[in-house]
Design a binder for this molecule. Structure first.
Ligand code: MN
Length: 736
């Protein structure tokens, strides 16, 4: 397999790196992975002309530099096989195990997405998405190594493509490396991005730094010597290094301070490494005693580590030649974390290669602890949180923007996130081009396109489907608005009718200042609010008219009303003489009037009843549950009650006229059944005025008896005596 010299060289450098920290690694397995990838990629070549396999080996070598575990190394070697070749995840699982195949799957999924954006907010979402999609943070480390190797070998691609990849790297991957605490990858990526995005600036910086090389080296040596001597004086043992800052950070400084390259002097950063934390603070004291500190530039990340667990003391002082210089003071251990960040937790350590997950959890819980001390909960935690609580999903709009949703969200949540109207009109969605119902649960990476219809309206059921508070509140608001509209219409109707009594109408009244006062007095902001309250029954039209019209107008009915009442009285008095119902129903507040029993519900004494005044026909009495009564004009409604005379006398003998009622009996059609039923009914002292019998197919019959009863009590007795008879299946009062 090592026939190609480029391949041979790549593999040797990986092996060397692995041997440095992982001497007992199963090299046969690593070779097997290289063979697997090599044969999968076949004749594929990189743009540089090298065999493709050189790239995955290069990626593995970067991970070896981070001292990563065996699975990460193998994943790196295999990372492009599923996407670019015929190899399948099943093949990989068979040969290298589930853990590796899951990692490769994770890298493949991220690689399928192209992140292009110029918006800072979107870049942030993309970064979160990358983290969310990777269940295992090692996936991101492999992806970062992949991108680092691609950036190193970008020169062979056409300029347009180079710029796109570099921009994506700068937006997504360099910040990710920073968050994961892998400083050298972040710095390398940023410098490579600068070279491809702003080559003029990059090469000018390179020139400047090269030109001053000897001068700078002399300066660095001098400062190092100076610091070392001072430390020695206080018996502090430490090693001092100095090196130019990376180009991108110099470039950023130029940009933020609006400076020219020539004006940038503090391009060198010094670092003091010590044995323990006490020594660090001692060293800081020495530095501040020797060089004048620049106010406001001291940062104590030892006492308050960065969210990614970075610890160090930072200070800027005026150096020996009167220039600013940055000094970082930290322990060896802190240095290790600063270099490899989160990767340190998958580091292979002899004897315990697989404590990885536990380490990770420890790392994350320490991260959460340190978070409590920070005022500004940083974005990094946001990202890592997703790994700890695999809750959020990230999906794409058709235009490629990323949106974040809580786990379990549906297309409706997405629709409401786009626009309230899109939410209200949503009928479904296309996910990755396929139509799905509203209850579909979004998954990270979905491309969501909302389908709408102008006839669609939100319903109560939608509240069960949505997860986001935005969608919930928008749906609730819509439903409330519909209800409010209905209430307002009702309120308007009620008030309009009441105003007619005072020979005015709502439109006229609304124009008066009195009306405005009344609205305010009653505690409402607008006429609309008042009408809605009327509709909901929170106040009555009388509450309004009492305030609006003088009491004498309210108490003495209008001329028209008087006239109407006169006619009504006349009708009643003539009708009374003919009526036999006057002993039965007492109409409250009006004395005896003409009473009629509604034909629709046949109320009998004992039934709950209600009356309606009908011009020319007196009062019609309905059963309160009668549908017709419920539909009748409320204004003509009048309270009625059965008089005592309808009840039994002292001996229990029913008094008063009898009322006709129908009883429906469902029974077996057997000989003698009808006779038996009539006997039972007459046995209760009840007369049957009419009976109809209808036989049915399956030897069943329906009989309807019209009987005369004194009231509900007697009726109930008849019903229960019928029910107790054999062969009778059901007995009920017929309502119409
Ligand atoms: Mn790759």
């Amino acid at each position: 397999m090592l026939a190609d010299p480029a391949l041979k060289e790549a593999f040797q450098s990986l092996e060397t790196k692995l041997m440095e920290y992982y001497p007992d690694i199963d090299m046969a397995l690593i070779r097997k992975a290289v063979d697997f990838a090599s044969s999968a990629h076949g004749d594929q070549r990189r743009s540089s002309g090298e065999p493709y396999i050189v790239h995955p080996i290069g990626v593995a070598t970067i991970l070896a530099e981070l001292h990563m575990d065996k699975d990460s190394i193998i994943t790196a070697i295999l990372h492009d096989t599923v996407e670019d070749t015929h190899a399948s995840l099943e093949d990989i699982a068979k040969v290298f195990g589930d853990s590796v195949s899951e990692l490769v799957d994770g890298v493949t999924k991220i690689s399928r997405i192209t992140f292009r954006t110029s918006e800072e907010k979107q870049a942030e979402n993309f970064r979160k998405m990358v983290v969310a999609m990777a269940k295992d943070l090692r996936v991101i480390l492999v992806k970062l190594a992949d991108r680092t190797h691609n950036m190193r070998t970008l020169d062979y691609l056409p300029e347009k493509k180079r710029r796109l990849i570099a921009q994506e790297t700068l937006d997504i991957y360099a910040p990710l490396a920073a968050r994961l605490g892998i400083h050298w990858i972040k710095a390398e990526l940023e410098d490579l991005c600068l070279r491809h995005l702003k080559p003029e600036i990059y090469y000018k910086l390179a020139q400047l730094i090269a030109k001053k090389k000897s001068e700078r080296e002399k300066y660095i040596d001098e400062v190092i010597k100076n610091i070392e001597e001072n430390l020695k004086e206080y018996s502090i043992k430490g090693s001092v290094t100095g090196r130019p800052k990376h180009f991108y950070s110099i470039y950023k400084k130029m940009e933020s301070r609006n400076m020219n390259i020539e004006d940038i002097h503090d391009i060198v950063a010094f670092r003091i490494l010590l044995d323990n934390i006490t020594e660090c603070y001692k060293a800081l004291g020495v530095i501040h005693a020797v060089y004048k500190p620049v106010p406001g530039r001291f940062k104590d990340y030892v006492a308050m580590p960065k969210p990614n667990n970075y610890q160090s003391l930072h200070t800027t002082v005026i150096g020996p030649t009167g220039e600013r210089m940055e000094i970082q003071i930290r322990t060896q251990e802190m240095q290790q974390i600063a270099q490899s960040g989160i990767a340190a937790h998958w580091k292979y350590k002899e004897g315990r290669a697989d404590g990885a997950n536990q380490n990770k959890m420890e790392w994350l819980s320490r991260l959460l602890d340190s978070q409590k001390n920070l005022k500004d909960p940083t974005e990094f935690l946001e990202s890592v949180k997703l790994d700890l609580y695999p809750g959020d999903v990230f999906v794409f709009t058709p235009k490629g923007l990323v949106k974040e949703f809580p786990h379990g969200s549906t297309p409706l949540d997405f629709a409401y996130a786009v626009h309230t109207d899109v939410g209200h009109r949503c009928v479904g969605a296309k996910i990755n081009g396929k139509i799905v119902p509203l209850r579909y649960r979004l998954r990270s990476g979905d491309v969501v396109e909302i389908l709408t219809s102008t006839t669609q309206n939100p319903s109560k059921d939608w509240l069960k489907l949505v997860k986001t508070s935005r969608a919930i509140s928008k749906i609730r608001a819509f439903l409330k608005q519909i209800e409010r509209t209905k209430a307002r219409e009702l309120g308007e109707e009620v008030l309009e009718r009441d105003f007619r009594r005072f020979r005015t109408n709502l439109e006229k009244a609304t124009k008066t200042t009195e009306m405005a006062h009344v609205i305010k007095d009653l505690g409402y902001k607008s006429l609309d609010d008042l009408l809605v309250a009327l509709g909901y029954g929170k106040l009555t039209s009388r509450d309004v008219s009492r305030k609006l019209f003088p009491p004498e107008v309210i108490d003495s009915p209008s001329e028209e009303a008087q006239k109407e009442k006169g006619i009504f009285q006349k009708i009643i008095s003539t009708a009374l003489r003919k009526s036999d119902a006057r002993n039965v129903v007492m109409v409250s507040g009006m004395g005896d009037v003409l009473i009629r029993f509604a034909k629709c519900c046949h109320p009998i004494p004992g039934d709950p009843i209600v009356g309606f005044v009908t011009r020319g026909r007196g009062v019609t009495v309905h059963n309160t549950s009668c549908k017709k009564a419920l539909d009748s004009d409320n204004d003509r409604r009048i309270e009625v009650e059965w008089t005592k005379v309808t009840k039994a006398d002292k001996e229990g003998k029913p008094l008063g006229p009898k009322r006709s009622v129908k009883v429906k009996v469902f029974c077996n059609d057997t000989p003698g059944m009808l006779a038996s039923m009539t006997q039972t009914i007459s046995g209760q002292g009840v007369n049957i005025s009419q009976a109809t019998v209808r036989t049915m197919k399956d030897k069943k019959a329906v009989c309807v008896f019209e009987i005369l009863v004194t009231g509900v009590d007697q009726l109930n007795k008849v019903i229960s005596s019928l029910e107790s008879k054999e062969g009778i299946l059901n007995v009920e009062r017929q309502k119409s």
